[in-house]
Design a protein around this ligand. Structure first.
Ligand code: AMP
Ligand code: ZN
Length: 464
């Protein structure tokens, strides 16, 4: 039974889907004007973990993630590169999908693109105009927030009397809480911009209308869960609620789920601040993609995660230990006798479930896996794990990994890594760089690997 924090009520609530056995989930996806940074990827990974959890719990999940392929940034990017909007966004959409795959983020049920749903968006805008919630001004259409009494219920903003018809001040889709105002549903296009025909002349959709339209199109007027990082609470999600509920007269979303940001030295990782890492940056420095996945999972989703290279190195070490352990469990012979481990394994599984059920505590669930490893490791080293115990551990790991996605690995990859580090240490010693050589020795020691220098060269063995 999942309890999950709902931003709308500001409480942890017991989750119950609208339809038994089925969960509808909408997550705001990327604006494809650049490669994602790992902050974006943390948020996408969060959706993946939530879906994996729900599927393991027996639900069928329909999860939709939109691709924003028309907005100010994509239009400007295409103009700067001298290519069409489609060519430009296609390039970054491809990078986005590559990054998901690299991080073992499973594909969503659907990835609708904004530019392929213009007609449906125009229908929704038309409905809002007909119902008196929207008005035209110089070829653009604005949502009148004074026409919708619930405005502010998610974010807590309170529109003042002047907020209505304040569209002229800012044309941007993203703005601060102080700038509560009517927002554009449809924007008149400049002559050199891509545009679509509409009853109000050539234009393009605003950002917010895209998500309402595609959520309703694929998941219905009321959806169970809606995910996006905290920066989207206002104005994006507040505006999604206003336009959806004003149009349908129904509750739009039942559980609003907002993961916190990835930060760097106290600041949100973002393109505009220039303090960002992409997945490609990190893979170029030889980090294993699964170590990056692991690092992005080390903080509870409602806490900021402070990204550091040291943290990433620790993830890499933790995984090496875990994979090595899993390999040795696999190598226990089929006929080996040993101790009964069912008590330990069941306790680990219970903890794993309880942690995830409690507001998707992924770090807690990982602690259950690593905790079992620490308990079983000395028994394994002492030859006290038999075929049955090994099978129990393996079954639990397989089960846990359907959510975590960090245990599965290529066999032999660890020995290769260790050999490579030892070779690097030899080179460092030959070059007289003893600090680096000692560093590598300590690094391996932290992973339980002892190097012994013999007359035949260095050898390594596992600490018992
Ligand atoms: P964008 O491509 O900018 O539209 O963002 C895609 C997703 O990443 C949205 O859900 C954002 O809220 C989220 N996001 C942006 N910056 C960060 C960050 N530093 N940490 C976590 N999520 C972020
Ligand atoms: Zn959205």
């Amino acid at each position: 039974m999942l309890t999950i924090f709902n931003t709308m009520t500001r409480h942890k609530e017991q989750f119950e889907p609208l339809q038994q056995g089925l969960v509808t989930l909408y997550a705001c996806g990327p604006t494809v004007y650049d490669v994602p940074h790992i902050g974006n990827l943390r948020t996408f990974l969060f959706s993946d973990l939530l879906v994996r959890y729900l599927e393991r719990a027996g639900y069928e999940v329909r999860n939709v993630m939109n691709i924003t392929d028309v907005d100010d940034k994509t239009i400007r990017g295409a103009q700067n590169d001298g290519v069409t909007l489609g060519e430009y966004t296609q390039r970054y959409t491809r990078y986005f999908f590559e990054d998901l795959e690299t991080l073992r983020i499973r594909p969503a049920w659907k990835y609708p693109r904004a530019t392929e749903h213009i007609d449906q968006m125009l229908d929704l805008v038309q409905t809002l105009v007909e119902k008196g919630h929207a008005y035209e001004h110089e070829g653009s259409v604005y949502f009148d927030i004074s026409s919708y009494p619930g405005y502010g219920k998610l974010s807590g903003v309170v529109p003042d009397e002047q907020a209505s018809r304040q569209f002229g001040r800012l044309e941007n889709d993203e703005y601060e809480r102080e700038d509560v105002r009517d927002f554009a549903l449809w924007k008149a296009s400049a002559p050199d911009e891509p545009s679509w025909d509409s009853p109000w002349g050539p234009g393009r959709p605003g950002w917010h209308i895209e998500c309402s339209t595609m959520a309703i199109e694929y998941l219905g007027e009321t959806i169970d869960m809606h995910v996006g990082a905290v920066d989207l609470i206002f104005p994006h999600h507040e505006n999604e609620i206003a336009q959806s509920e004003a149009a349908t007269g129904r509750e739009f979303v039942r559980y609003w789920i907002h993961p916190e940001h990835l930060i760097v030295e106290g600041e949100k990782m973002s393109k505009s601040k220039g303090n960002f890492f992409t997945l490609r940056d990190l893979l170029g420095q030889d980090y294993d993609p699964i170590a990056i996945r692991h690092q992005l999972m080390t903080a509870h989703y409602r806490r900021q995660l402070n990204f550091t290279v040291e943290g990433l190195a620790q993830s890499q070490q933790a995984l090496t230990r875990l994979w090595d352990f899993a390999d040795r469990v696999d190598e226990v012979p089929d006929d080996a006798a040993g101790e009964d481990l069912s008590g330990q394994v069941e306790a680990a599984r219970e903890r794993f479930d309880a942690e995830l059920d409690d507001d998707l505590n992924v770090p807690g669930a990982m602690a259950a896996v690593f905790g079992l490893m620490r308990q079983v490791n000395p028994l394994l080293a002492a030859g006290r794990v038999g075929a049955e115990g090994a099978r129990q551990v393996r079954d639990f790991f397989e089960d846990a990994d359907t959510v975590l996605g960090i245990i599965e690995h290529e066999k032999g990859s660890i020995d290769e890594e260790i050999d490579a580090l030892i070779a690097e240490r030899e080179q460092a010693r030959e070059a007289g760089d003893y600090d680096r050589a000692d560093e590598i020795r300590d690094e391996l020691l932290a992973q339980g690997i002892i190097i012994e220098d013999t007359a035949q060269g260095p050898r390594w063995r596992r600490a018992e």
